[in-house]
Ligand binder design. Sequence first.
Ligand SMILES: [Zn+2]
Length: 241
Amino acid sequence: MKILLIAGHGQGDPGACALGYQEATLTREVVASLANKLKPYAEVEVFDTSKNMYKFLKLLTFNFKKYDYVLEVHFNAAANDKNGNGKTTGTEVLVHTSEKAVTVEQLIVNNISELGFTNRGVKLRSNLQNMNVCKGKQGVSYALVEVCFIDDLDDMKLYQAKKEEVVTAIADGILKGHGIQKQEKEIKEHKGLTSVNDIVWELSNRGILSDKALWLKKLEDDSNDYCLAKNFVEYLIEKGI
Ligand SMILES: [Zn+2]
């Protein structure tokens, strides 16, 4: 599973600005943290954060077909008053009208709203350039998450207090929605280096394997492979390799 993450705005376009926040900065913060959370379970690329996908697609084409799923991150704005005492709050996910299933997006929006944000649901759109190119023209599944309202004080207080959980909520939605199991459980009968995550990390860190998601699954599913990999890593560590 290969995922592309896009941070909304940037390259001179700050996006929405309110309450001392700039949307382009917040979207980059979310994308960086989200990439880290997804990387143990999927192949993740982040679109160059010095660039702005919206501007990019005005001038050039981009091959989305390399990816199985594309997620773009934004923060919403609703012309709430300058002190952030607005009536419009909450989280929503936008997908193209041609999207056949919205399981992943429903999970994302539900997960985020469980943290206390108003659930504005999954909305169908056909007037957004990036999704029109990605999903409309190239047929690659795409979602745009509007995390919450940058100009609503309650939303932003909640976001600041729970930004880690917000990112986990998005990651969990993507992984669960695509049927990817988080491999966090440890195999009990082995001592020492026990977790599949640790073994895969030790191997990938040494450049011995590159597809971490594949190997996590392999070692989780096959106890022979697991024992071989575990012994191998322990040997490497013992020999200081
Ligand atoms: Zn935006």
